[in-house]
Ligand binder design. Sequence first.
Ligand SMILES: Cc1cc2nc3c(=O)[nH]c(=O)nc-3n(C[C@H](O)[C@H](O)[C@H](O)COP(=O)(O)OP(=O)(O)OC[C@H]3O[C@@H](n4cnc5c(N)ncnc54)[C@H](O)[C@@H]3O)c2cc1C
Length: 341
Amino acid sequence: MASEAHIIGGGLAGACLAWRLHWEGVSFTWRDRDHLRRASNVGAGIVNPITGRKFALSWNFPVLLEEAKVFYTRAEKELGTSYFQKRRLYRALKDHRDEQEWDMRSDQEASRPYIGKMVSSQSLPSCYHYSAEIFGEVLQAHQLHIAAFVQASWDYMSAHYECSKNEAPIPWSKSYSSSLTFLAEGATHIHADLFPLEHVHRTKGDVLIIRAPHIPEDLMVKERFFIVPTSRREHFWVGSNYEHEALSDEPSQRLGEILREHLNTRMRCDFEIVDHISAYRPTTVDRKPIVGCHPETSQLVLCNGLGTKGASLGPWTTKTLLEHVFEAKDLPHDISLHRFL
Ligand SMILES: Cc1cc2nc3c(=O)[nH]c(=O)nc-3n(C[C@H](O)[C@H](O)[C@H](O)COP(=O)(O)OP(=O)(O)OC[C@H]3O[C@@H](n4cnc5c(N)ncnc54)[C@H](O)[C@@H]3O)c2cc1C
């Protein structure tokens, strides 16, 4: 096992790697480009077992959730604060077909543990005007406060290892050409000459942050958009969309208006909009991570593609990746960068 390593990229992927190296007793440096509009500052951290219009069970979910619980519990013990919590999640079933689909999923063995009962909107908290009459209760939903967790991890690691923020991106070749180096750079393509990063797409999302003192703090609701808690008391996250051809990661006026309109029709209680934020998610075409060693320079390791589900994918992906790097275990083809070569 290497006694020293480097991580480039200070988002959630970098934070998961930092904890893994820390627990393995490997000393490391951690470097990050200070960029406000990164996915880890914007993501809601919803861990949702049931996704898409067909309410399918999210890929590898039982395994991902178990590893996420173990990982965040261990990190939280060292940090002394909780960032990962179980949440109530209700999603709108907009018509009879949705209700039938929900019913059908509740009969399937794989999805059964995650499909709760259907409830009338009248029995849900009265902070919203619900346009759907029926909602499905999602079981085993969780939430990671990504930005707060990543910041706390950075602060913690800075007290133990050499961590630095720079204005410009760090090029790998100049700094660490002979040591074990992890590139956890999210949707930036600076090292596209080394890895097939054309397969890491920039899927932009816009989000409004609101202050609303009367929404229950453990409740997540999805009716077209999600409204979910943030790590700040009385503050909620409202979003998001998936924009595939955005020309910039700056907040979009058009999306801001759509989200405002959504709030105006949905909110029954007082609220004020306090921020409009946005970022690119690092997504792949099959919605799975892209990780592995460079084919010729094996000490150079890619950890990317956490996409729309970083909170659940990060812990298991980094565990699997480090077992590959340190113990020569095979990487599952599903997440290996070799599937794109
Ligand atoms: C709108 C939105 C909603 C989301 N909602 C959810 C959700 O509900 N649930 C969920 O699980 N996930 C969600 N996500 C996704 C989640 O945020 C991401 O999967 C995760 O944060 C990606 O982390 P990352 O470290 O790969 O990338 P990033 O957060 O982008 O971090 C990469 C870091 O590397 C730095 N960097 C890049 N290149 C270099 C370089 N050469 N040198 C130095 N530093 C470099 C960047 O500046 C950045 O700080 C959402 C994302 C968005 C945008």
